[in-house]
Design a protein around this ligand. Structure first.
Ligand SMILES: O=C(O)CCC(=O)C(=O)O
Length: 262
């Protein structure tokens, strides 16, 4: 499974400019054996929270149709990061997954809003539980940034059978050590690939951590960026997932009847 993960510096409040950046990056990095492209959180607007209501997307709007046409143009599946999407009166931070034919196969609205960023003032929390999607016949999941701190939903996805977890983020440099440690812990404790796309650069006074990375189900780092704008290109050996789950059979050792429901 060939991955290409974008670590971008985005233009806050300028969806059109960010679409242009993504398309030219993909043109420059495309290869015809590519399976999945991953983009970061809120890539179209960034955290322009004050003006979000004016610049967010609605279903079927430009950034979503852009992702669909990109998937078709490059014949590639897209874990299309997340975007601020207006639905009724609510703005959701929504991850969108598009397959090679341009069909939307999955949507996920960020469930945990970040108090440190005043997100609850500007965004509505996702109403639904986490669900699995499939690309190329492989079960996968996606979560958004702060969600990484909540192992419950990642275990939920693991128990639904995912082999790859995607994390799309705008994680700050101030908490870089949490990012690196939690990503690795999630890979080890659930014995699955973790593919994380973060942004980089400094915007509206926040310095972002970069450190986009791919971690294998043993917890080893397959590839990792520092703070540079750039990409990860890696082939994921999915046979490792059942192999490691057999070697250290944590899913068989679980005793859920002894766990308190939290
Ligand atoms: O959890 C954190 O430290 C960062 C979360 C965050 O920046 C986000 O969810 O956008």
């Amino acid at each position: 499974m060939n991955y290409l993960v974008f670590q971008m510096e985005l233009e806050v409040g300028k969806p059109e400019e960010n679409r242009r950046i993504i398309e030219s990056w993909l043109e420059a990095n495309y290869s015809n054996d590519l399976d999945i492209v991953v983009l970061p959180e809120m890539w179209s607007t960034g955290y322009a929270l004050e003006e979000l209501r004016d610049i967010c997307e609605v279903d079927g709007s430009q950034s979503i149709t852009f992702l669909q046409s990109l998937a078709k143009k490059f014949n590639v599946n897209l874990v299309g990061g997340s975007m601020a999407i207006l639905e009724g009166n609510d703005i959701f931070n929504r991850a969108v997954i598009v397959n090679r034919t341009g069909e939307i196969v999955h949507k996920y609205d960020k469930m945990h809003l970040v108090p440190m960023l005043d997100e609850p003032k500007y965004l509505s929390a996702g109403l639904n539980q986490v669900e699995v999607f499939e690309l190329e016949g492989v079960k996968m999941g996606v979560i958004i940034c702060y969600d990484l701190r909540f192992p419950e939903i990642i275990r939920d996805l693991a128990l639904q059978g995912i082999q790859v977890l995607h994390i799309v983020a705008e994680w700050p440099l101030a908490r870089e050590s949490h990012w690196n440690t939690l990503l690795r812990a999630r890979a080890i404790e659930n014995q699955m690939y973790v593919v994380a796309s973060n942004v980089t650069g400094t915007k509206l006074g926040v310095e972002f951590a970069g450190c986009s990375q791919i971690i294998d189900p043993w917890g080893d780092i397959v590839q990792k960026l520092d703070q540079e704008v750039g990409e990860l290109k890696a082939n994921l050996d999915l046979d490792k997932v059942p192999k490691i789950r057999k070697e250290v059979p944590i899913f068989e050792s679980r005793v859920p009847e002894k766990y308190r429901k939290l």
